[in-house]
Design a protein around this ligand. Structure first.
Ligand code: GRG
Length: 297
């Protein structure tokens, strides 16, 4: 990880415990369940992207930090819900038992709900503290909601769940897989970048560069995840791996095989680097995309 990413990660790790509701203001078990998953580590990729994009457009990082924390809250809620028995039924996440294993299904659903709604409360509070930047905050909030919602991550997850339960016609598989990954995974990575960039009132060209870079990077991230699911161990990943193949899930690897997926990953990485070039004077985002090729968890 680059020094700059390390600096962002540290900012996020320091801010997250204070971004959450404190136990006295919130039902104690709910707070505990929310903290359990949010403070369990993880790569913190999405919040770091928010800070990186914000800094690159000259926005104030103290105003970007609540958005970074909000992205991580939304991401963590999605992981908690995705691990539930009704969805992926996973027992290991971030090297720990999953939320529902520790707190029970009902509390895990509520912990996810709490994180999602608190994410918006958190950025709303920040926006209200900066009325002089109201428009930028509104646009940054839109980036978060668009990424998380029924035209973003939730849409992608719903198609994923539907295909798993009902299957899909052979001739539709490629199109559906693209849709799932563009929405389930890439939307949040793109949204994290856009949320940060919006705080600097970017030009349309800058916004478009981050949007395209985020989409390509996000799909690359998912292709890498599919390869790791097929080729790595639960110990190195901190989550159950190998289930995609066992359960006949629609993934890049199941559709194209490992070698073709690696080729696709390299192509997406190049496309991401190309998209960001006009606004990436020091090559930070180019190097970040390159890291995606060699990530091991
Ligand atoms: C429940 C609405 C809803 C959505 C779930 C995130 C998600 C959508 C499902 C998790 C399963 C999965 C394979 C998602 C693809 C994106 C992905 C690889 C998520 C894991 O993100 P990382 O690797 O996790 O950044 P950490 O723990 O490092 O934050």
């Amino acid at each position: 990880m680059s020094e700059r990413m390390e600096r962002y990660r540290e900012m996020v790790e320091n801010a997250l415990p204070y971004a959450l509701p404190q136990p006295e203001g919130c039902a104690k078990v709910l707070c505990e369940a929310m903290r359990y998953s949010l403070l369990a580590g993880g790569k913190r990729l999405r919040p770091c992207l928010t800070l990186a994009a914000a800094e690159s457009v000259g926005a104030d990082l103290t105003e970007a930090l609540p958005y970074a924390c909000a992205m991580e809250m939304v991401h963590t809620y999605s992981l908690i819900h995705d691990d539930l028995p009704a969805m992926d039924n996973d027992t290991l996440r971030r090297w720990r038992p999953t939320n529902h294993v520790v707190y029970g299904e009902a509390m895990a659903i509520l912990a996810g709900d709490g994180l999602l709604s608190h994410a918006f409360a958190h950025i709303n509070r920040c926006a209200l503290e900066h009325p002089e930047h109201a428009r930028a905050h509104l646009r940054a909030m839109k980036a978060v909601t668009d990424a998380a919602g029924a035209e973003g991550m939730v849409a992608g997850q719903s198609v994923d769940v539907y295909c798993e339960k009902h299957g899909c016609a052979e001739e539709d598989k490629k199109k559906l897989l693209d849709y799932i990954h563009r929405n389930k995974t890439a939307a949040m990575i793109r949204g994290a970048l856009l949320a940060g960039a919006e705080l600097g009132n970017p030009s349309d060209a800058v916004r478009a560069a981050f949007s395209e870079y985020g989409e390509k990077l996000g799909i690359a991230f998912q292709v890498a995840d599919d390869i790791l699911d097929a080729c790595s161990t639960s110990e190195s990943m901190g989550k159950t791996v190998g289930k995609d193949a066992q359960e006949g899930k629609l993934t890049y690897v199941s559709l194209y095989g490992v070698e073709e997926s690696k080729k696709r990953l390299a192509e997406l990485t190049e496309a991401a680097k190309h998209a960001i070039e006009p606004v990436d004077a020091d090559g930070f985002f180019r190097d970040l995309a390159q890291q995606m090729l060699i990530r091991t968890h």
